[in-house]
Ligand binder design. Structure first.
Ligand SMILES: [Fe+2]
Ligand SMILES: [Fe+2]
Length: 194
């Protein structure tokens, strides 16, 4: 149950999913925003790093896939009579951003590795949500998302491998994973992915 998939170094508390989905409507509203932001992040990396050609096609595909996740969550929300809500700042992502370095190359690497960590944490948490939900269709939905987000976790680190030596990636990813572990451990639980 608490198997941690690399590059994460700490597992989410197994009690988290029940607490986070207690108000499932609010969880869905947050989840929709996460998918929309994941698509927007892929698009913003394309704009910012248009000269790094090897990332472009995979990130266009990713932006489309995240947008289709957004569509799917939006449809679920509509079926439940829920509205999209204005984004509240994500405390998890905000604290992670503080570790990004500033030089153009360093920042490029850090952004890819941060995305690896966020996607891997998303995959882990969707798995926990899938395991804790009772309704078969919703369970299956979150199981599909878990597999998909796990793939994204791998994708970002593979994109980095086109531009950085493996040793540099490993060292930096380990540093960032340590930071992520501290941030996630201190987060208060709410009806949200983070
Ligand atoms: Fe997604
Ligand atoms: Fe994703």
């Amino acid at each position: 149950m608490s198997d941690i998939s690399a590059p994460l170094t700490v597992a989410t508390d197994p009690g988290w999913a029940k607490a986070a989905t207690k108000d499932f409507d609010a969880f869905l509203q947050d989840h929709a925003n996460c998918e929309r932001k994941a698509s927007a992040l892929a698009m913003s990396l394309i704009v910012r790093y248009a000269d790094r050609e090897k990332i472009l096609s995979p990130l266009i595909a990713l932006a489309q896939e995240e947008l289709s996740h957004f569509r799917q969550v939006f449809d679920l929300m509509q079926a439940r009579g829920l509205r999209l809500v204005k984004d509240s700042p994500d405390p998890y992502v905000n604290q992670l951003l503080s570790i990004l370095r500033h030089g153009r190359n360093e920042r490029f690497l850090d952004q890819l590795l941060l995305a690896t960590l966020i996607e891997s944490r998303g995959a882990e948490r969707f798995r926990l949500v899938a395991e804790s939900l009772e309704e078969p269709a919703l369970k299956a939905f979150y199981k599909r998302l878990w597999k998909s987000e796990a793939g994204h976790g791998v994708l970002f680190v593979e994109l980095a491998r086109n531009y950085f030596p493996a040793a540099e990636i490993d060292v930096r990813l380990a540093e960032m994973a340590e930071h992520e572990a501290k941030v996630i451990a201190k987060l208060a639980w709410r009806s949200a992915l983070h």
